[in-house]
Design a protein around this ligand. Structure first.
Ligand SMILES: Nc1ncnc2c1ncn2[C@@H]1O[C@H](COP(=O)(O)OP(=O)(O)OP(=O)(O)O)[C@@H](O)[C@H]1O
Ligand SMILES: [Mg+2]
Length: 345
């Protein structure tokens, strides 16, 4: 990543709530608070890993950035070539421009490929829409893309069911890249694949990022994958970011009790933190009725009175001169312990 960080997308106070209907005339009686006050900057050229247990709002955040869900509150300012604009307020041509710049790769590429279309037919439509007019031109672009994802050009005339899982995922990546996006959201893009195929696809994503100057938001619940691919990692819990730092920094100095519990569960022998396994008890509470104060307090071993009452803000604690954001009332104490533990072992 470049030394000087340039923002690509700045998210401020973002909330995405889903109404739960059931009242008189189908009125909303309550809301699923899936994304609950997120502040986050995505820098040009980085891979930002987004991790957290199932249901913590990762996909909702990705889909809100893509404008597939409407934000309930907040701003998402994207740096277009001619200046910054809020994604939420775009219309017409500007909206098309944003749609072109931000793409997604899903866990199950089958859901984004029409089973009765060949790969050429599936990829042809977006290319037509964005100005690749003749059939020959489109065949050339699609052939080049397939080669870029390590597949043969001729495969463009095959149907999705004729591919293996790993190949289909590579087609999904080609589909996301066909209109030259800047920001690619990979939502559990390798989670369904065998470990050896996972590694191939991860390396492919790394290669494409370099060649095409891409920026990635890499969503996963797999903490061993995220360390390999990410420059920075944001840890989400029940709609909020609880810890955010460079990947290496986060693994070396894990501060938030939730992140510690997640990392302690990785089944890898040489992880610095793998000393005591911290068992996370209970499920993630319902986002329809999130706990007061710190959302994590009911499952936290270090919970105190203040945690039940006051929401901890996400603050920068700069550890050894490196940015390290944590939302915990006892972050300073935890930092001392993290650094102490590391020097002792
Ligand atoms: N379209 C929707 N309508 C209503 N509720 C939704 C919708 N999409 C997601 N939710 C709810 O929002 C919360 C966050 O879901 P989300 O899919 O963003 O989680 P996630 O972190 O991506 O989980 P996973 O790791 O399982 O993919 C969940 O409680 C989910 O049930
Ligand atoms: Mg998800």
């Amino acid at each position: 990543m470049a030394d000087k960080k340039e923002a690509l997308l700045t998210i401020k106070g973002l909330k995405t709530y889903f109404p739960v209907k059931g009242g008189f005339l189908g009125k909303a009686t309550s809301y699923v608070q899936a994304v609950n006050d997120i502040n986050l900057t995505i820098y040009k050229g980085e891979t930002l890993g987004l991790v957290g247990e199932s249901g913590c709002g990762k996909t909702t955040l990705g889909k809100t950035i893509l404008q597939l869900y409407k934000a309930t509150q907040g701003e998402m300012v994207y740096e277009f070539k001619d200046g910054p604009r809020n994604l939420e307020t775009l219309t017409g041509k500007d909206m098309d421009e944003a749609r072109k710049k931000i793409q997604i790769v899903f866990q199950d590429p089958q859901s984004s490929l029409n089973p009765s279309f060949t790969i050429y037919q599936s990829l042809s439509d977006p290319l037509k829409k964005f100005g690749v007019k003749t059939r020959e031109e489109r065949r050339k672009v699609i052939g080049d893309l397939l080669e870029a994802v390590n597949m043969r050009r001729e495969y463009m005339d095959r149907y999705p069911h004729e591919f293996s899982g790993g190949q289909r995922q590579r087609v999904g990546i080609a589909r996301a890249l066909c209109i030259n996006p800047e920001l690619v959201i990979c939502d559990e893009a390798v989670s369904a694949l065998d470990v050896s195929i996972q590694a191939q696809v991860l390396n492919l994503l790394k290669k494409l990022k370099k060649e095409r100057n891409l920026t990635y938001i890499f969503i996963t619940h797999d903490l061993s994958v995220v360390e390999y691919i990410s420059d920075r990692i944001a840890v989400m819990y029940l709609g909020r970011i609880v810890e955010l730092a460079d990947a290496k920094e986060l693994y070396e100095n894990t501060v938030h009790p939730y992140t510690r519990a997640l990392l302690s569960a990785i089944p890898v022998a040489d992880i610095h933190h793998k000393k005591d396994r911290i068992i996370l008890e209970g499920d993630v509470p319902s986002p329809m009725n999130p706990p007061s104060g710190c959302h994590f307090h009911g499952r936290c071993r270090h919970c105190q009175e203040i945690c039940k009452k006051e929401k901890p803000e996400l603050k920068n604690y700069e550890i050894n001169g490196r940015d390290h954001y944590v939302a915990c009332h006892f972050a300073e104490e935890n930092i001392k312990n993290a650094v102490k533990n590391r020097t002792e072992h």
